[in-house]
Design a binder for this molecule. Structure first.
Ligand code: PGA
Length: 254
């Protein structure tokens, strides 16, 4: 597919896969995706599998991402993981502000922005998630919520850092539900985010930032979603847990 921006497709494994299972999945992905260079391909295993997966993908085009990180660099923060610790395992990307963290860990835009600044300070590329709930969607508040998430979560992130920032639009009502936004709905929100980036930064930033779509992306709907002009990739949950389906999503999208 001829895209203005290079596609970036990331698998968010969430709280799934032991180390042995993770290595199994990676083995399959390396076979399925051997030779694929057209998209940036990122896998985000749980922390406990990062070390082994990191070694297993050294000879491949797969890149490593984490699912979260602390806004602090070190110190008395029990249970937290700092950017510098992720870097030890050659982690290059980090998902921030996923709706599950906003919902279950009560993460706010302000916290997400702190994490984004900490990620950039450590040269990690944040994948910042934004998205509205079903009620907000049905009440017609999508743009208002997205604007609030984008503005708040990017607070203090500079124009230069935006070149290494990825946004992910994930309508919460589409995550793990089997419901996907129609391609037209996705495109509309992506275009809205891009216009907002032009206001917050400038046209050049808006043109270069990659915006992923997430929420029940599958081999069967990926190509149509990726064909939208402002959809630059996917953040895949459930379908990234299987080598065939994640590889098919990538292969059908490029
Ligand atoms: P899903 O999850 O693909 O299982 O809907 C997407 C996500 O939460 O990133």
């Amino acid at each position: 597919m001829n895209k203005e921006r290079k596609l970036i497709i990331a698998g968010n494994w969430k709280m799934n896969k032991t180390v042995a299972e993770a290595l199994d999945l990676v083995r399959g992905l390396k076979i399925e995706l051997a030779g694929v260079r057209e998209a940036d391909m990122v896998i985000c295993p749980p922390y406990t599998a990062l070390a082994d997966v990191s070694k297993a993908i050294l000879d491949s085009s797969l890149r490593l991402g984490a699912q979260n990180m602390s806004e602090h660099n070190f110190g008395a923060y029990t249970g937290e993981i700092a950017a510098g610790m992720l870097k030890e395992f050659l982690v290059r990307y980090v998902i921030l502000g996923h709706s599950e963290r906003r919902q279950f860990q009560k993460e706010t835009n302000e916290l997400v922005a702190k994490k984004a600044r900490a990620a950039h300070a450590a040269s990690l590329k944040p994948i910042i998630c934004v998205g509205e709930t079903l009620q907000e969607h049905e009440a017609g508040h999508t743009e208002r919520v997205i604007e609030d998430h984008v503005r708040g979560s990017l607070h203090g992130v500079t124009a230069a850092q935006m070149a290494d920032t990825i946004l992910a639009y994930e309508p919460i009502w589409a995550i793990g539900t089997g419901k996907t936004a129609t391609t037209a709905q996705a495109q509309e929100v992506h275009a809205f985010i891009r216009r907002l980036l032009a206001k917050l930064y400038d046209e050049s930033v808006a043109r270069h930032v990659r915006i992923q779509y997430g929420g029940s992306v599958k081999p069967g709907n990926a190509r149509e979603l990726m064909s939208q002009i402002d959809v630059d990739g996917a953040l895949v949950g459930g379908a990234s847990l299987d080598d065939r389906s994640f590889a098919d999503i990538i292969k059908t999208s490029i």
